[in-house]
Write a new protein. Structure first.
Length: 265
């Protein structure tokens, strides 16, 4: 499915959250499910393929985080903790006491922060293609940030941002803040992960950024953890924008797994 930015904007709303104008969309009805996109991304580059399917069984609250997509920026660095605080505040404003959270990539890191620091706001969490410590990914991943330029950002992300904002300076700003956040990445401790009491599903691709061994390690630390390792690269299993193959059946399988996990008593 391809959703144009124009059609996306017709369903979007804004809330003033901790000093920024935060963009969100609500689709479907049922139990609330928050979607948190990856770095450099938007709702639709991360979740465009699966959002309509998820909305068949859930009230989907899809959010764009600080400096991303339609959402404004603040005069402060991006942090996963701040993103989690922003999501918790938006849920408070929407009168949603508790929600399921599905976070992909950097959105998965924000999901960890929510589960650790706002446990009252989360019912179940799905952490997709994320990691809790730096050695969960190959060393080359981190070395790449030292010399990263905007041209290293996938064109599809740059193009989608500029469709929304038409401001190349703000695109550069988002890129710089994303890079800075990863350069400053701090491990969560094993105790942090063990403290997550919400049922948690860890999902990665077998050729993902995070290694399968790390996913298993994180799963073992979680008191109520489940684990799935699916074929494919970073987000390929859910039809992320880098993998637009309409013949890929894994996104439907992924949605079925999510629905099953969230419906478990």
């Amino acid at each position: 499915m391809t959703t144009t930015v124009a059609s996306a904007q017709t369903v979007g709303k804004y809330a003033n959250v901790n000093g920024i104008k935060m963009y969100y969309e609500i689709h479907g009805s049922g139990s609330p499910l928050v979607l948190l996109h990856g770095g450099g991304s938007t709702i639709y580059t991360s979740f465009g393929r699966i959002l309509p399917e998820l909305a068949k069984n859930h009230q989907v609250i899809a959010i764009e985080l600080q400096a991303h997509g339609h959402t404004g920026d603040r005069n402060a660095p991006e942090t996963f903790k701040q993103d989690a605080d922003d999501v918790a505040e938006l849920l408070r404003q929407l009168n949603i006491p508790k929600a399921d959270i599905l976070g992909f990539s950097n959105g998965g890191h924000t999901t960890l922060e929510l589960a650790i620091n706002h446990p009252d706001k989360v019912r179940r969490v799905i952490v997709a293609s994320a990691f809790y410590k730096k050695d969960g990914v190959p060393a080359g991943f981190w070395q790449g940030f030292a010399k990263a330029t905007l041209n290293d950002m996938p064109k599809i992300y740059r193009d989608e941002y500029l469709k929304i904002n038409h401001d190349s300076a703000m695109l550069q700003n988002m890129f710089n803040k994303d890079v800075q956040r990863m350069e400053n990445f701090k491990d969560w401790t094993e105790e942090d992960i063990r403290s997550i009491q919400a049922p948690a599903l860890i999902i990665i691709g077998d050729h993902d950024v995070s290694t399968p061994e790390h996913a298993v390690e994180m799963y073992r630390l979680l008191p109520h953890g489940r684990l799935a390792i699916l074929p494919g690269a970073h987000g390929q299993y859910m039809g992320e924008a880098m993998f637009p193959d309409p013949n890929n059946k894994l996104p439907e399988l992924f949605v079925a797994m999510v629905d099953e996990f969230l419906a478990t008593p």
